[in-house]
Design a binder for this molecule. Structure first.
Ligand SMILES: O=C(O)CCC(=O)C(=O)O
Length: 329
């Protein structure tokens, strides 16, 4: 007797099953908790162009480092989830440079403005949506203290005056990001605590860290929740929810991106990089003017890229958050 196999689904059928709408219950949970896991937003085919684009960045970085005599082996045979680890081992600082290189390319721009993502964000934000200038590609190589981000609120990284701008973010991993891979952890409901005191991480952690840190003693009460994020899902977070990333104990790079949005007419707190980029007006898509983003290298403004001396890259990163949280001696 032969078992009947389900017919393979067409990509149209697969797309129809994806999440493009939040339920009222999900929206209420996001507002109460400060974060929300939304499963099945993207297919592998949706994410592959971004993976290819990032792999291209790794390849170019390896070739540039090799040309400068900083890398003997291009590690070209290694796969997407291993290659940067091998490069980093030979050339410490390489993964920080890829994180800070900050040149937005078309596939990531397309993901950032993907209609399915904007439909979700529109339910939280309303009909006018702009991209916030802070976006990141996280190069979380295993066993790398500079890839383990301490407790913080996103708003603390911005210039004062933007705290009242609602800036929801989406965190999108390119593998199943579980506890072992170093997914994110939250204080549930901590988005209701206002802006918490932050310190410079380098005062107590790695000397070259550019991160901020909320001390344990300054964290609000609330359940600490570690959220595994399956490939294809999107983790939404409020800019005020305290969160951190945990250590990557796996042998794979926990690649992810984080993207942000806000209403176009409100302060971003990051004018130094670029103005917000309009993606929807009155609920309708607009022709996006990526001029201030595509092809511009953010690291010219924030530092952190030094092909001649990658080990010094991390220590050179600076932005409004350093001055904001530096206490007078
Ligand atoms: O990806 C990470 O490890 C940290 C992400 C994060 O803290 C953020 O997106 O605000």
């Amino acid at each position: 007797m032969s078992a009947t196999r389900p017919a393979a689904q067409t990509s149209a059928q697969l797309t129809a099953q994806l999440t493009a709408q939040l339920t009222a219950e999900q929206i209420a949970r996001f507002r109460a908790d400060g974060f929300l896991l939304v499963p099945d937003v993207f297919t592998a085919a949706d994410l592959q162009p971004v993976i290819n684009e990032i792999a291209g960045k790794v390849d170019r970085l390896a070739r540039d480092l090799s040309q400068c005599g900083r890398l003997a082996n291009l590690h070209a045979e290694a796969g997407f989830y291993q290659r940067l680890t091998l490069i980093e081992r030979e050339c410490p600082g390489a993964s920080v440079m890829l994180h800070t290189a900050g040149v937005l390319e078309p596939a990531l721009a397309a993901l950032w403005s993907h209609p399915r993502l904007l439909d979700l964000i529109g339910q939280l934000l309303g009909p006018d949506i702009a991209g916030h200038p802070v976006w990141n590609i996280r190069t979380k190589t295993p066993d790398n203290p500079l890839a383990t981000v301490p407790w913080h609120q996103d708003t603390a990284y911005l210039a004062p005056g933007s705290e009242t701008t609602f800036q929801p973010a989406a965190w999108i991993p390119f593998l199943n990001a579980g506890e072992r891979e170093g997914t994110l952890q939250f204080v549930r409901g901590g988005n209701k605590s206002g802006v918490l005191p932050h310190r410079l991480h380098r005062d107590q952690g790695p000397r070259n860290s550019w991160y901020l840190q909320i001390l344990e003693s300054d964290l609000p009460a609330g359940e600490r929740v570690t959220v595994p994020v399956p490939f294809g899902s999107v983790l939404l977070l409020d800019q005020l929810v305290p969160h951190r990333s945990t250590e990557n104990f796996s042998d794979r790079i926990r690649w992810s991106v984080d993207l942000r949005w806000q209403r176009p007419d409100q302060p971003t707190g990051m004018d130094t990089i670029a103005p917000p980029v309009r993606m929807r007006v009155g609920g309708a898509p607009v022709k996006i003017d990526w001029d201030a983003y595509l092809g511009h290298n953010r690291s010219e403004k924030l530092g952190g890229f030094n092909i001649d001396d990658p080990a010094k890259a991390a220590g050179a990163i600076s932005g409004p958050w350093i001055e904001r949280w530096t206490r007078p001696a």
